[in-house]
Design a protein around this ligand. Structure first.
Ligand code: ATP
Ligand code: MG
Length: 605
């Protein structure tokens, strides 16, 4: 019988990756594996203990940009599977390409993965690795492949190589360099390494099959010459391994059991296995070898995630930076106010499948509401303020009276305490809570009028939430023709929580903030950055579909309980949605709130 569910337990949707791991655990496929305590070759791991980690996965970003929502999917999947099955997930910087990588991105990636709630410390060890630490091994493996007759140095021009590769219908043609002896190849590889050859003059290739129906097996390149400085290894190397050669080796050195990647690598799998099998046969890599499994990418509608396009948005000033709250980067989502919990829940709910998936951007909003509904404190805020003047206030309560009101910080969480504020003769209400000429079914404030038969209809009555009932008596109009104030009278003995409160029935309840104690705040409202679900579809320039109203700023009034709010503080503004104080610009004396999302989909679009 299954154990009883505990509060907070969410059933884990099963997916094909879980199926594979469970099958491997049941068969003991990886149970006898040894782990040398750090990455290393066959001898290093053989000397180690049986691996205390039941499985090993890895998240292997290239440090050439900021992480985005698609990466979050991969992070949650890899770290989540390791956590759920008694394993360990490594954070590995796939930094084998010297030209595009920077330390700035390394720091940002570490911060983003931590923020999402994951960690690479396990069994007293930090499993944070960088692929460039494996360059020596990769080179040694290259020489071993040459000696075994499994690799050769090709000095055809790039153009010749392209032509000789053939295509889907045509087998390739062997390079004239393919029959070089191991001795010759070894000498040429050493020349490459010594810097005797120019960029592009030669490549090291695997010797597999130029007629293979899988083009990836037509003698793929293993090493190329690049006289470039690497952010970590400096000028030690002028030859660099190709991704397809480096990645399987990185996995094997780290004793990864399940190497999970996106679908576009499916055709690379035969080479992944070819390479690792040969290196294990040559005694260089420990068995059992890692296995590669592919899953579908996660894409969100209405965003772009290509690094080049995100960079263009920043560089051309369409957004304020990588952490602009409209950006799909993890730093953008964090600043906007999405919580790590909501992003993890979204990733969990989407499982893993064998096809790429496109999700509506509102899936994140749904997850955010679920996360914050039960824990964000409530407050009142007026985003589009209009004064409501209670003309009979002094007469009813006396000049200068302020009526104390209270409200729970959270309706279901009494332990979060009580908010206190006061009602006075003037309050701020939302401009659209008043209608000069109300549409049918409008239950908020409207002035007295005469109906079609000429009979007088009184102004409408509403409750000021946690306060009293008021009845609209009229309104003022400013020089610009717009309504400048609403006038009303307070209905005595209707205070919320008093015995008379229910004596007067009203259909509308308004949120408000007392003019005498309202705190001014800047509120930033966001909509989607693009007007199209797939901004870059069919070669379209995404700049053509930028949404001109994706960001707006309003001067709002918020209730006094928010004075001194800390940065990154979440709150639900009643009726408006979830907001967070901006982690960069917010100051206690000059508050700045970002709207994460409305309370319901399409509520105020
Ligand atoms: P992009 O080009 O979108 O920035 P990338 O694949 O070039 O992504 P990497 O740094 O190589 O970026 O990615 C690290 C890991 O994240 C890889 O394992 C990759 O497969 C995974 N990943 C990237 N984008 C997505 C996505 N949209 N859905 C799921 N996984 C993704
Ligand atoms: Mg990549």
């Amino acid at each position: 019988m299954a154990p009883p569910a505990r509060p907070g337990d969410t059933p884990k949707p099963t997916n094909f990756l879980r199926g594979i791991i469970e099958r491997d655990l049941a068969s003991g496929a990886n149970a006898e594996r040894h782990f040398g305590g750090s990455p290393g070759d066959a001898a290093h791991h053989a000397a180690g203990q049986v691996d205390p980690a039941r499985i090993r996965t890895r998240f292997p970003p290239e440090p050439n940009g900021y992480l985005h929502i698609g990466h979050a999917k991969s992070i949650c999947l890899n770290f989540g599977l390791a956590r759920d099955y008694g394993g360990v997930c490594h954070l590995r910087f796939d930094d084998t390409n010297p030209e595009k990588e920077e330390t700035e991105y390394v720091e940002a990636i570490i911060e983003a993965v931590r923020w999402l709630g994951f960690d690479w410390q396990a069994n007293g060890t930090s499993h944070l690795y960088q692929a460039s630490d494996y360059f020596d091994f990769m080179y040694r493996a290259a020489e071993a492949l040459i000696e075994a007759g499994l690799a050769y140095v090709d000095e055809q021009s790039a153009e010749q190589m392209r032509t000789n590769r053939g295509d889907f219908g045509t087998p390739g043609t062997d390079s004239p360099f393919r029959t070089r002896t191991p001795r010759e190849n070894l000498q040429r590889l050493r020349d490459m390494r010594a810097g005797l050859l120019a960029d592009g003059a030669a490549v090291l290739r695997a010797k597999i099959d130029m007629a293979s129906p899988n083009i990836n097996l037509r003698d793929p390149a293993l090493y190329r010459i690049k006289h470039a400085t690497h952010h970590h290894t400096g000028d030690r190397w002028c030859i660099y391994p190709m991704y397809t050669y480096a990645h399987p080796i990185e996995d094997a050195l780290e004793c990864i059991t399940h190497s999970i990647c996106t679908l576009e690598f499916e055709d690379q799998r035969p080479f992944y296995d070819w390479l690792l099998e040969h290196l294990a046969d040559l005694g260089l890599l420990a068995r059992p070898l890692p296995r590669q499994y592919e899953f579908g990418r996660l894409n969100l509608n209405g965003v772009v995630t290509s690094k080049r396009k995100l960079k263009a948005l920043v560089d051309e000033g369409h957004v304020s930076g990588w952490d602009d709250p409209r950006m799909p980067t993890l730093f953008g989502l964090r600043r906007r106010g999405y919580t790590p919990e909501s992003i993890r829940a979204m990733a969990e709910a989407t499982g893993a499948s064998k096809t790429n998936i496109w999700l509506d951007a509102n899936v994140l909003d749904v997850a955010l509401r679920e996360d914050l509904e039960g824990r964000a404190p409530r407050a009142m805020a007026v985003l589009d303020p209009l004064p409501l003047v209670l003309d009979n206030w002094d007469e009813v309560f006396g000049v200068g009276h302020l009526e104390p009101c209270e409200a729970p910080a959270h309706p279901q969480r009494p332990e979060l305490g009580t908010r206190r504020f006061t009602l006075g003769p003037q309050v701020w209400i939302e401009r659209d809570d008043f209608a000069e000429d109300p549409p049918k079914g409008f239950f908020r404030l409207f002035p007295p009028r005469t109906d079609a038969q000429g009979a007088p209809v009184p102004g409408n009555r509403v409750r000021l939430k946690y306060g009293m009932v008021v009845e609209c008596t009229g309104f003022d109009r400013g020089d610009d023709g717009r309504v400048s104030a609403v006038r009303a009278r307070v209905v005595p003995d209707t205070k919320s929580g008093t015995p008379g409160a229910d004596a007067v029935k009203v259909k509308g309840t308004l949120t408000w903030v007392g003019v005498h104690e309202a705190q001014p705040a800047e509120v930033r409202l966001f909509e989607r950055l693009f007007t199209e679900d797939q901004p870059d579809a069919a070669g379209r320039d995404f700049r053509e579909v930028l949404n001109p109203t994706s960001r707006s700023v309003v001067r709002a009034w918020v209730e006094p309980s928010l004075a001194g709010a800390a940065p990154s503080h979440h709150v639900q503004f009643e009726r408006h949605g979830y907001f967070v104080t901006d982690r960069v610009d917010h100051r206690a004396a000059a508050p700045v709130f970002n709207r994460v999302t409305t309370l319901k989909e399409g509520f105020s679009r």
